[in-house]
Design a protein around this ligand. Structure first.
Ligand code: PMP
Ligand code: GLU
Length: 391
C-alpha cells in the first residue's frame, strides 16, 4: 500500500478528548471516577436557547442555511457583540464566518494565512490542538516557553527571541487553557509591539472570554490601534453558554483574510448547522446574567479548590484568573506527567490531563477542570489528600 499522509501521521490525537472519552468509559463500566479531564461545562444549555433551536427546527431550519457562512441575524449579533463587549468593529457581511465550533475557526484562520515553511509562534504551556493545527495548515509550530515560576508571564523579549524572517503569526489565548492566566495590559502591549515590529498576524482565541475572575477585564488585541488589519479573533458559545455539543463558533477579522476563510469553509464543512445558528442568535441576544452566573460559580469553585490543593503536602497550585482549569504540580514526585495522571486515576480515581500534553513546559503538572460540580471537586480533594504521599 502507498504511504499515508505524513503530516497527519506526525500529529498526536487530541489528548484532552482522549482522556475525556477514557474517563466516561470507566464511569460507564461502573468505576468510581471523578472526571476532571476534558473541559466541558457541567451546566445545561440554558432553556431559552434550546427552545429557540426547537422553534427553528419546527420552522424548517433543517436545510442549508443562507448565507452558508452564517445567517444574517447571527452575523449581525456577532458584530454587535464584538462592538459592545470587545470594542472591535467588524462588518457582518464580509468579516465573519460562523463555524462548527471554535476549533474549526482556529484551523480556518491558520489555513487562510499560511504557506509552507511559515512559522507560527505559540505560547507554551499550550492548548493541545494549536501545534497540530499549525502543522496541518502547512506551517511550522514554534514554542515560546513561559515559566510557572513567573506565573506564565509574557514579555516582548521572549517573543522577539523566537521571531525569524519566516515568522508569520502569533497565537494567543486569554483566558488561557491550561494555565488559567488572563493577559494583562502590559502583556497585550508586548504582543502588539512585536506584531507591529515584525509585521505578524495575531490569532486571538477568546473562547473563555466570559470565564474571568475577580472583576478582571478581558482585552481583545483587535481593539488596539493598528491591530484590526492583522488580528483574527476566534470565539464561540461552547464555554460561555455551555454549548460544547452544539458546535458553534466563529472567526472574525480583516475582509481579505475572511474572504479566503469563507472560501475554505464553503469547500470543506459548507456551514455550521442551520438550527444551531438560530439558537446562537438567542444566546447572544439573551440576558448577560446567564454567563455571569456560570462565571460566579466557577469562581467559587476556584476559591475552594486552589487553597484546598495547596493544603495537601506535595501539591502546588497557582491561583487562576480565568478559564476553568487548574494546573497543579507535584514538586516531590519523580513521576513524569503521564505517570502522574496514571497514578491519580489508579490510586485516587481522579481523571486528569497529563501536563506534558500541553508541551514540554507542562511536564510535572496535571490539568484538572473545575467545570465540574462542587460535590465532585470536594470528593477529588478528599481522595487526593489520602494518596498524595504515594504520588
Ligand atoms: N480554544 C481553546 C483554548 C479550547 O480549550 C477549546 C476547547 N473547547 C477551543 C478553542 C474550541 O472549542 P470548541 O470547538 O468546542 O468551540
Ligand atoms: N477544550 C477542552 C479541553 O481542553 C475540550 C476538549 C478539546 O476540545 O480539546 O479539555
Amino acid at each position: 500500500m502507498k504511504e499515508l499522509s505524513r503530516v497527519v501521521s506526525s500529529i498526536p490525537p487530541s489528548e484532552t478528548l482522549a482522556v475525556s472519552d477514557k474517563a466516561k468509559a470507566l464511569k460507564a463500566a461502573g468505576y468510581d471516577v471523578v472526571a476532571l479531564a476534558g473541559g466541558d461545562p457541567d451546566f445545561d444549555t440554558p432553556d431559552y436557547i434550546t427552545a429557540a433551536a426547537f422553534q427553528a427546527i419546527e420552522n424548517g431550519a433543517t436545510h442549508y442555511p443562507a448565507p452558508m457562512k452564517g445567517i444574517t441575524p447571527l452575523l449581525e449579533a456577532i458584530a454587535a457583540k464584538m462592538q459592545a463587549d470587545n470594542g472591535v468593529t467588524v462588518k457582518p457581511g464580509s468579516d465573519i464566518v460562523v463555524t462548527p465550533g471554535g476549533k474549526w475557526a482556529l484551523f480556518l484562520a491558520l489555513s487562510a494565512i499560511l504557506n509552507p515553511g511559515d512559522e507560527v509562534l505559540y505560547l507554551e504551556p499550550v492548548w493541545v490542538s494549536y501545534p497540530p493545527m499549525i502543522a496541518l495548515a502547512g506551517g511550522t509550530p514554534v514554542a515560546v516557553t513561559l515559566s510557572a515560576d513567573d506565573n506564565f508571564r509574557i514579555t516582548a523579549d521572549q517573543l522577539r527571541a523566537k521571531v525569524t524572517p519566516r515568522t508569520k503569526a502569533l497565537m494567543v489565548n486569554s483566558p488561557n487553557n491550561p494555565t488559567g492566566r488572563v493577559i494583562t495590559q502590559e502583556e497585550l502591549d508586548a504582543i502588539v509591539a512585536v506584531a507591529l515590529e515584525h509585521d505578524l498576524y495575531v490569532i486571538s482565541d477568546e473562547i473563555y472570554e466570559t470565564v474571568i475572575f475577580d472583576g478582571r477585564k478581558h482585552l481583545s488585541p483587535a481593539a488596539v490601534a493598528g491591530m484590526a488589519e492583522r488580528t483574527l479573533t476566534i470565539n464561540g458559545l461552547s464555554k460561555s453558554h455551555a454549548m460544547t455539543g452544539w458546535r458553534l463558533g466563529w472567526l472574525a477579522g480583516p475582509t481579505p483574510i475572511m474572504k479566503l476563510a469563507t472560501q475554505m469553509n464553503s469547500q470543506t464543512v459548507s456551514s455550521a448547522a442551520n438550527f444551531t445558528m438560530h439558537a446562537a442568535v438567542a444566546a447572544l441576544k439573551g440576558p448577560k446574567e446567564v454567563t455571569r452566573a456560570m462565571c460566579a460559580e466557577y469562581q467559587q469553585r476556584r476559591d475552594f479548590m486552589v487553597p484546598a490543593l495547596n493544603a495537601i503536602p506535595g501539591v502546588e497550585c497557582l491561583d487562576i484568573e480565568g478559564a476553568f482549569y487548574l494546573f497543579p504540580r507535584f514538586p516531590n514526585s519523580r513521576r513524569n506527567s503521564a505517570e502522574l495522571a496514571e497514578a491519580l486515576i489508579e490510586k485516587a480515581g481522579i481523571a486528569s490531563v497529563p501536563g506534558g500534553a500541553f508541551g514540554k513546559s507542562g511536564e510535572g503538572h496535571v490539568r484538572f477542570t473545575i467545570a465540574t460540580a462542587m460535590k465532585d471537586l470536594e470528593k477529588a480533594v478528599e481522595k487526593l489528600a489520602k494518596v498524595a504521599h504515594e504520588i
